[in-house]
Design a protein around this ligand. Structure first.
Ligand code: SF4
Length: 181
C-alpha cells in the first residue's frame, strides 16, 4: 500500500563528510524512482539539495504545479538541508524547511540567517511556513545562549545508525540524481 509521505532523494553529493551519514550505508541505485507526487508530504533530501539551486527551484515549482492541477493542492513540500546561507533565497518554493547544522563551522552562517527568519517571523507564521531546526548536542553548544530561536521549532537530535525510514514514509529518488563533476 502506498504511503502518505515521500522522502525524495535528489542528490548524494554534499560538502560535508559526516561520519554517520546515511549515504555511507544506503545503496541509492536500488531506490525506486519516483513516479508521481500524490503525497500529503514530500520531503526533498540528499546529499545537499541546495548545492543545485536551479534544479531545486525547477523541481519545487513543478511539484507544486502538479499538486495544484492534478491532486487538488493538498500536498506539502519540505526541504531538508544543512546549507543555511542559501535558505533566504529558496524558502519561497517550500511549505517548510528542516535545517540541520552539521558542524560548528555552520553556526556563524546560521546566526546570520536566523536574523533573516526573525525579521520575517510574522510573515512566515502567516503563511504557515514550517521552520524546523534540528540540533545535535555537539552543535547546539556552539549557539550562544542569548540567541533568539523563536522562529524555529527546535528538535534535539541524535545520530541513528543506518538511518531507518519511518514506517509512514516511502523513500524514492529522482530518475537521474543531480551531480556536478
Ligand atoms: S550533511 Fe547530511 S548528507 Fe551531508 S554528509 Fe552530513 S549527513 Fe550526509
Amino acid at each position: 500500500m502506498e504511503k502518505d509521505k515521500l522522502r525524495l532523494l535528489v542528490t548524494t553529493q554534499c560538502p560535508n563528510k559526516c561520519p554517520m551519514c546515511c549515504n555511507n550505508s544506503w545503496d541509492f541505485s536500488k531506490l525506486p524512482v519516483v513516479e508521481h507526487f500524490n503525497y500529503k508530504e514530500i520531503m526533498i533530501t540528499g546529499g545537499e539539495p541546495l548545492l543545485f539551486p536551479d534544479e531545486l527551484a525547477d523541481l519545487a515549482i513543478s511539484i507544486k504545479r502538479i499538486q495544484k492541477l492534478v491532486y487538488g493542492n493538498t500536498g506539502k513540500l519540505f526541504l531538508y538541508t544543512a546549507l543555511a546561507e542559501s535558505l533566504p533565497s529558496n524558502i519561497r518554493y517550500f511549505d517548510g524547511v528542516v535545517y540541520t547544522p552539521h558542524s560548528a563551522a555552520d553556526i556563524p552562517k546560521f546566526l546570520e540567517v536566523n536574523d533573516f527568519f526573525l525579521y520575517y517571523k510574522d510573515e512566515f507564521a502567516e503563511g504557515n511556513t514550517s521552520l524546523r531546526l534540528n540540533l545535535f548536542p555537539d552543535i547546539k553548544k556552539h549557539i550562544p545562549e542569548s540567541t533568539d530561536l523563536s522562529s524555529w521549532k527546535v528538535k534535539d537530535m541524535i545520530w541513528i545508525k543506518d538511518c531507518p525510514v519511518p514506517d509512514d514514509e516511502e523513500f524514492k529518488r529522482v530518475g537521474k540524481l543531480w551531480e556536478r563533476i
